[in-house]
Design a protein around this ligand. Structure first.
Ligand SMILES: O=C(O)C1=C[C@@H](OP(=O)(O)O)[C@@H](O)[C@H](O)C1
Ligand SMILES: C=C(OP(=O)(O)O)C(=O)O
Length: 428
């Protein structure tokens, strides 16, 4: 249990948030199957990315970590060895689904397990297309849930129309397709984050992108490179909202990833009227865009968030809900059913916990409705072992009249191990 009460404190100063979780996972995976030595800087030392490291080490890949600098010794696709041990993905959906895509093309057997939350997350969305490609996958309830076992190799290319805009589904199929003769195509209903596509190119591979249609021609060998991981905009989002809703505050976040398929939170803040300034940094051709963001206490208005912006801010919806409690008028979040299959059902967990703090918030079938502004008060709340719920409730303590007691704050280390240290560094 953590007691928090930051009311009457304001936020000032500068911060560099830790590395992007999605890019850190992918840098390890691509490094592991490329030929040569991949170096990574700004790597996120969060529990989820360390699960990815652990799984690839179990497949014989040498990975050394010194602070946020990582070296991966890649020996090509064939360098992955059949693991003697079970691959434990911990709490990480990204590890599970992307690794399944890689394993689908390998003539080895592997067993994947994770924690209680992973055991509830839908895997059929990747096991179905990978089976269609010829991978042999079994698992609980016919391969819908972990534990899963996979024996890959001898794949056939496919054209797959995904029912969900999910970068994990898209990436799993591309990672299988890039090992397979012919063209593998994924068509998604909206554009999801494109880190895999960018990384294929950074590792010397080729991928074609036309709107929501992404195609790879296989087989392709990848070549080791250097990856500089930008700060995670999904982690920055907690401080952006803290800066906007806390009186007399102004903070600058440096080196934040500004990839257009991830920057929905910026567009939402702008539309709600946040006082914000962005300075883009120069990056080399093909690299992820980065910049610094300054945000100050703002007068906010409610808006509707839905449609194609949803995949670009899916992980930021818990903190957008808190933001909306401080905006005048109604905020509607719609088209976000995917929230139900994250670390928790994030519609239920956000609504139930913000209600305890006094928010005017209701769940809908595909999101939530919030009416603001509301004065929040303290209560005993619960992260449900979901890092993003834990961080959102911690930020609520900047505007809560009385202390907030957060159960299971440890889950935050999944994506932001030094969250409280960084938060306290901005207090004045
Ligand atoms: O590809 C990725 O790195 C991720 C994709 C998203 O999930 P979905 O693909 O399930 O939408 C996101 O919620 C997750 O935190 C990371
Ligand atoms: C949904 C998330 O991650 P994953 O799917 O990798 O567990 C998240 O980080 O919010």
């Amino acid at each position: 249990m953590r007691e928090m009460h930051y009311k009457n404190t304001s936020l000032h100063g500068e911060l560099k948030v830790p590395g992007d979780k999605s890019i850190s996972h992918r840098a390890i995976m691509f490094g592991a199957v490329a030929n040569g030595v991949t170096t990574i800087d700004g790597f996120l030392l969060g529990d989820d990315c360390l699960s990815t490291v652990d799984c690839f080490r179990k497949m014989g890949v040498q990975i050394s970590i010194e602070d946020e600098q990582v070296t991966v010794i890649g020996k090509g696709w064939d360098g992955l060895k059949e693991p003697i041990d079970i691959l434990d993905v911990g709490n990480s959906g990204t590890t599970t689904r992307l690794m399944l895509g890689i394993l689908a093309g390998r003539p080895i057997h592997a067993v994947i397990i994770g924690d209680e939350s992973i055991a509830k997350r839908p895997m059929k969305r990747v096991t179905d297309p990978l089976r269609e490609m010829n991978a042999s996958i079994d698992g609980r309830e016919g391969g819908q849930y972990t534990p899963l076992s996979i024996r890959g190799g001898n794949l056939q290319n496919i054209t797959y129309t995904s029912p969900v805009a999910s970068a994990q589904v898209k990436s799993a199929i591309l990672l299988a397709g890039i090992q397979t003769k012919g063209i593998t195509t994924v068509i998604e209903p909206e554009t999801s984050r494109d880190h895999t596509e960018r990384m294929i190119r950074q590792f010397g591979g080729a991928v074609e992108v036309h709107n929501q249609k992404v195609a790879v021609r296989g087989p392709q060998n990848l070549t080791a490179t250097h990856i500089s991981v930008p700060g995670d905009i999904s982690s920055a989002a907690f401080f952006l909202v803290a800066g906007a809703i806390t009186p007399s505050s102004s903070i600058t976040l440096h080196h934040v990833g500004l990839n257009p398929t991830r920057n929905g939170i910026i567009r939402v803040l702008e539309k709600m009227g946040a006082k914000m300034e962005i300075v883009e940094e120069n990056v080399s051709e093909g690299a992820e865009p980065i910049g610094s963001i300054t945000i100050s206490t703002s007068t906010l208005k409610g808006i509707t968030v839905g449609g194609e912006i949803i995949p670009t801010l899916i992980d930021e919806i818990p903190i957008i809900a808190l933001l909306a409690t401080q905006a005048s008028g109604e905020t509607i979040i719609k088209d976000a059913e995917e929230l139900k299959v994250k670390e928790t059902n994030r519609i239920d967990s956000v609504v139930s916990q913000l209600k305890k703090l006094g928010a005017n918030i209701e769940a809908t079938d595909d999101g939530m409705k919030i009416i603001g502004p509301t004065n929040l008060h303290g209560a005993e709340v619960e992260s449900f072992h979901d890092h993003r719920i834990g961080m959102m409730l911690s930020i609520a303590s900047f505007i809560s009249e009385t202390p907030i007691h957060l159960k299971n704050p440890d889950a935050i280390s999944v994506s932001y191990p030094n969250f409280f240290r960084d938060l306290e560094s901005l207090l004045t």
